[in-house]
Design a protein. Structure first.
Length: 318
């Protein structure tokens, strides 16, 4: 029945709708302000969404297994200010980078341990951990700006064949997550866990172990996002990463990922990220106040979650 009504599948239809919405927004913005269609503006959009896209890949992997992590934004801030603090204390850059990636991995692992061993809701636990990481970032930075002193500038603003390094990093991670989720045993186990955790356990899958690995992977990805963000900005506040987790969650839901688990893919999430980036950039080009932009992004989040829940109700009735 579904195959006749939706020859491309529900996710395929959703992606076509997303592409149509993105095209309409681009067309309207371009007619009002032709500068929107400039190549440099499209490259700017890709560079602006790189960090969000990377975090969205982490959120996708987590949501496939019916979990999520609301501490990712705070972890960006913690890793970023730690890196700046080490550079300002004259520690070598490469060991400092490896150290903050280690922090990100440890924090992801810690989140996974607490969630699985306490059998608690990941939303509550990771929300609490976000306050912990944000507090540590404030202690390290003393509430002020910390600088990279010009280090890693090439990573933040450099290009290869005209494509920013941050965009290349996003594309590489998208390929990696796609391969992991679609072609590896670990990815298949995450889908089974997301679809039915009890069945996964009865099938002999080490549910807790795979969840912990998934949280750890999300931590590593977040560390990479923090590295790219601080390299692009050159300096950072403790709260610079706050909000990325909610926007990544929004992009994932817009792209077809659900709270039910085992649904969604990299292509859909990337389109969700593109939509948020295009909307934000279009409002900038059109001179919309930042206050209105925040309200519009909030409405998009509410609309995405509402549409996801309505779709779930519709499927349950069928």
């Amino acid at each position: 029945m579904d195959s006749k009504k939706y020859p491309l599948g529900r996710t395929g239809v959703q992606k076509l709708i997303l592409l149509g919405v993105i095209a309409v927004i681009c067309a309207v913005a371009g007619v009002i302000n032709p500068n929107f269609f400039a190549i440099r503006n499209f490259l700017a959009i890709l560079q602006q969404i790189a960090v969000l896209g990377i975090i969205a890949m982490a959120m996708l992997s987590l949501m496939i297994a019916r979990t999520l992590d609301l501490s990712l934004g705070a972890l960006i801030g913690l890793c970023g200010v730690t890196l700046c603090k080490m550079v300002m204390a004259d520690y070598p850059v490469l060991p400092s980078v490896l150290f903050i990636l280690g922090i990100a991995v440890f924090c992801g692992f810690l989140n996974g341990i607490i969630v699985t061993k306490s059998n608690s809701e990941p939303l509550i636990i990771t929300l609490g951990m976000s306050f912990v990481y944000n507090g540590l970032a404030l202690v390290i930075s003393d509430g002020g700006f910390l600088s990279l002193r010009g280090n890693l500038r090439q990573l933040g603003s450099g290009t290869a064949l005209g494509v920013p390094f941050s965009v290349l990093a996003l594309l590489a991670l998208m390929v990696l997550i796609h391969v992991i989720l679609k072609y590896t045993k670990f990815g298949r186990r995450l889908h089974i866990i997301g679809a039915n955790e009890e069945l996964a356990y009865l099938c002999g899958i080490a549910v807790d172990k795979n969840k912990i690995i998934n949280f750890t992977l999300a931590g590593l990805i977040t560390g990479i996002a923090a590295l790219i963000l601080v390299a692009r900005l050159g300096n950072l506040l403790a709260g610079s990463g706050n909000g990325y987790e909610f926007r990544a969650l929004s992009a994932a839901i817009i792209g077809g990922v659900t709270f039910e688990g085992a649904k969604g893919d990299v292509a859909g999430v990337f389109l969700g990220v593109i939509l948020l980036g295009v909307v934000s950039n279009a409002m900038n080009v059109l001179g919309v106040s930042a206050f209105y932009q925040t309200a519009v992004l909030g409405l998009i989040i509410v609309a995405a979650v509402t549409a996801s829940n309505l779709n779930k109700k519709k499927r349950n009735r069928v």
